[in-house]
Structure formats: C-alpha cells, structure tokens
Design a protein around this ligand. Structure first.
Ligand code: ARG
Length: 462
C-alpha cells in the first residue's frame, strides 16, 4: 500500500518498488517522524484546520504507536515505502479515516527534512557528551603526567623534550576544537524548523510554523521554502565534523600502536582492549586502535558520498537525497562507537615512564639547547648551531650521549662551551626552560590544563 497508490493506473514494477523503498533504513527515524507529526497535528487543531477532537484522537494514537514501537509491541512493517507512509497508513488502519488528516498542509519533503534535523540534533548531543567525557578523561591523565618526560617527534625522529602530559594536551586541543565544531553545526544549520515548506512552496492553510518550532524545541523556522526542503548542509557539516573527530582519533591510535610496540614500549594497552593471535601465542595485538584507525575511512567515505550526491542537484527535493541516510547513519554509529571504545581504552593505558625517559635522555634532543647556551653568551645563532652540530657529531663518533660528556671535551669543541653546558643540555633542564604558554615545562602544561578545564566547562553538563 502506497500513499500515492490511487493516482496510478498500473502498479509499480516490483523491482522498482524495492529499489525505491527506504523503510529498511529510515525506520530508524520513527521517533522523530512521530514526534514531528504530533507537533504538526497539534498545530492543525490549534489553527482549526482540523477539528480539535480529531486532532486529539490522532495525537493519542501517535503516542501509543511510539510507545508500542519502543517496547517492541509494534514492529515496523518493511513492506511500506518509507517510515512516513508506515506511520500514516498504520494509523489509518488503527483509528480509521481521521488519521488521513494528519498530512494536511505537509509533504514528505518537509517532513523528512524535519525528521533528519531532529535526528541530527540528538546525535550532536550524544557526540557532545561522548567528546566531553573523553576530554575530561584526557585532562585527568595529562594532569598526572606533567613531569613524565618523553621525546617529541618530527618526521618520526626524536626532536625535542616533551612530557606525556604535554603530548596528551595536543589531543585535548584537537578534541576541544571538535567539540566546538559540532556545537557550531547546531548553531549554523540545525536551529531552524523546516516544516511548512511543503513540497517546495509552502501550502494554502493558515498554519503556525513558529508554534510547531516551539513544540519541537527549535529556536527559529526556515525562511525559504525551496531551501527548506533542499537543504542537507547539516548532514554535510556534521559528517565533516565527524571526519575530523575520526582523523584525530586515528592519529592518536597510530601513535598508540607505535608507542605500545616492543620497539618503543612507552605504553601498554590493557588486555581488555587487545586481542591475541590464533597462531602466535606471544602476540597482544592493538586491534581496537587499529579498528578505530581503519573505520575512519568509512566516515570519510560517507562525507565524500554525500558531497557527491548533493553536487549539481537542482532545487528543490530530488530523490537522490534519500541517499543522505544509510552511510550517514553508519558514520554516526561508527564515530560514536569509536569514541566510546577510544575513551575506555585510553583510561586503561599503562605508562612506562622509564622507557619514555630513557628514550628522551638517550638521544640528542637537547642539541638546540647547546646552541641556545652559546646564543645566550652573545654568539650568533647560526654559529652556535654549527658548534652544537659539532657536539652531536663528536658524540655520535664516540658512541656516547650528552650525559657522558666532560667539561674538558665540550670546551675543546667550542671555547664558549664550559661546565655549565653539561647541566644546560640535560632533558630536565631543557624542559624546565620551555616556559612559554603552550610549551612543555610542567608548570606550563598545568596552566594549559587549567584553561582546558575552563573551556570544557563552557559546554556545560548538557
Ligand atoms: N524517503 C524519502 C527520502 O528519504 C522521503 C521523501 C520522499 N519525497 C518524495 N517526494 N518522494 O528522501
């Protein structure tokens, strides 16, 4: 049974029917579809477009249907074309002809736009909550490791001294940007209620769009009916924000895989978030981290698909837009489940401070500090850089690290090097001097963490 059944003289081809149908995936929207319809019918009755008692009857039946689907008492029948058809036709069967009035002054085009916005609003909230939990947990770990020395890398080569706390702060920054971004998606794209746009040019009834918006918790309504039904920017912006979240998680996971490997041994992933090998009993594989890294591609794929779907679509609604759902829903579920696993896994990571410290100390990551030592004595940086390079090469030739050097040796390399240099080029000293805002000196990381707590608090408990 179709909403438009009696318009055609022949039945739709069965293959075309199956191809056209969206109920197997848009059934996920049932809650939004029903709540949107409740608000619409409520408004129709208030405006005396339909009789009050009929409005009440439809609303009661809609609410019962919602409870019944929630409880499993009613199973959505997938032979209907879409969730909108199911709700209307199911209720017509339940309460009779009166249910046929629910679609007065509405099209499935503005209806689906409303359903999707309500769905995205809920997902934005879930994503905000999950991100807030993650950031809170990163802040806590970083706080415990403001003095846990590790090397920072460029080109995956040891570069300069940092701490694990400082390292985690980099990810706190990323996830705070993500949190802001998804909050902006809401502000920019989701606050306006599209119902009343009709198929594309509104309708001829005295409807009260603002009332519907208020019932559903929107701040405003859309102001152009063509755009009201043709807009899917909120899907795209949210997909982009999710792609960024996944990209950030993926970078962290890549490092977690490296840092927890035998070669690095900085970190250990709890067994609860590892898996074993069917053949090699010694293996503890970082499968969760790999999967989160791997699933990132799915979310990017959904973004690219949707950009392609919308490209060159003429105004207003086109059936292509039904393709806004399957990959999008998948991207939302993938991002949320990745975030949840990621947060839980992060909380169980064991830190091998010794390994991190030795990795930092047994290197030449304070070579710039040697140059800076000379610069502070008035030597031009380029010359100081040359002297520091000599120092590094000397150590490499002798197969020693800076902490093996004696005052005699350093003075021989440059006359302005002296015993003071030996302290200046320890990783501890180098770190302690990196006191600019955002740099790794423990006090500065603690100050950044204070800022992050404030920035997180702005987003409230929600
Ligand atoms: N299933 C459709 C979608 O998701 C609902 C809107 C149908 N509109 C129409 N004019 N056929 O886009």
């Amino acid at each position: 049974m179709k909403l438009w059944q009696n318009v055609f003289s022949t039945d739709i081809d069965s293959l075309a029917d199956a191809f056209n149908r969206s109920i197997n995936f848009d059934k996920q929207l049932y809650r939004y579809d029903i709540l949107g319809t409740v608000a619409h019918v409520d408004m129709l009755a208030k405006q005396q477009i339909i009789p009050k008692d009929e409005g009440e009857q439809i609303i009661d039946a809609l609410k019962t249907l919602l409870t019944d689907i929630d409880s499993g008492a009613v199973v959505i029948d997938e032979t209907y074309e879409d969730i909108h058809s199911f709700v209307e036709l199911y209720l017509t069967e339940k309460i009779g002809s009166v249910a046929k009035k629910m679609h007065t002054g509405r099209s499935r085009n503005d209806q689906v736009a409303l359903d999707m916005k309500l769905y995205v609003l809920d997902q934005v909230k879930a994503m905000q909550d999950t991100l807030k939990e993650l950031i809170g947990s990163l802040i806590q770990t970083a706080q415990a490791h403001t003095e846990t020395i590790m090397p920072a890398f460029t080109h995956l080569r040891k570069a300069q001294p940092s701490t694990y706390g400082h390292y985690l702060c980099a990810y706190i920054e990323m996830f705070l940007r993500d949190l802001k971004k998804i909050t902006l998606v809401k502000e920019v794209c989701l606050n306006s209620m599209p119902l009343g746009s009709g198929a594309c040019c509104g309708n001829t009834y005295d409807i009260d769009r603002m009332y519907v918006a208020e019932q559903l918790g929107f701040e405003d309504i859309t102001y152009n009916s063509l755009d009201g039904v043709a807009d899917r920017d909120y899907v795209l912006d949210f997909l982009y924000a999710m792609s960024m979240i996944c990209m950030h998680m993926s970078r962290y996971c890549e490092e977690l895989i490296l840092f927890s490997s035998e070669q690095f041994s900085y970190l250990t992933i709890a067994q609860a978030y590892s898996s074993g090998s069917s053949m090699m009993p010694q293996k503890r594989n970082p499968d969760m981290a790999e999967l989160i890294r791997g699933k990132t591609g799915r979310v990017y794929g959904a973004l690219l698909q949707m950009l392609t779907t919308m490209k060159a679509l003429p105004l207003t609604y086109n059936k292509d837009m039904q393709e806004d759902k399957e990959n999008f829903f998948d991207a939302v579920n993938t991002t949320l489940s990745s975030l949840r696993i990621f947060t839980a896994m992060h909380q169980t990571i064991a830190v091998n401070k010794e390994a991190m410290y030795h990795a930092a100390r047994d290197s030449y990551i304070t070579a710039v500090d040697a140059a800076d030592y000379l610069v502070k004595k008035g030597i031009p940086f380029r010359d100081a850089y040359g002297a520091a390079a000599k120092l590094v090469n000397y150590c490499i030739d002798k197969n020693i690290y800076f902490y093996d050097l004696t005052a005699k040796e350093v003075i021989a390399i440059h006359p302005d090097f002296d015993a003071g240099l030996l302290k200046a080029i320890t990783v501890e000293n180098s770190l302690a001097l990196r006191k600019q805002i955002g740099s790794p000196a423990p006090a500065m990381v603690a100050a950044s963490l204070e800022k992050y707590r404030e920035r997180l608090a702005v987003f409230g408990d929600s």
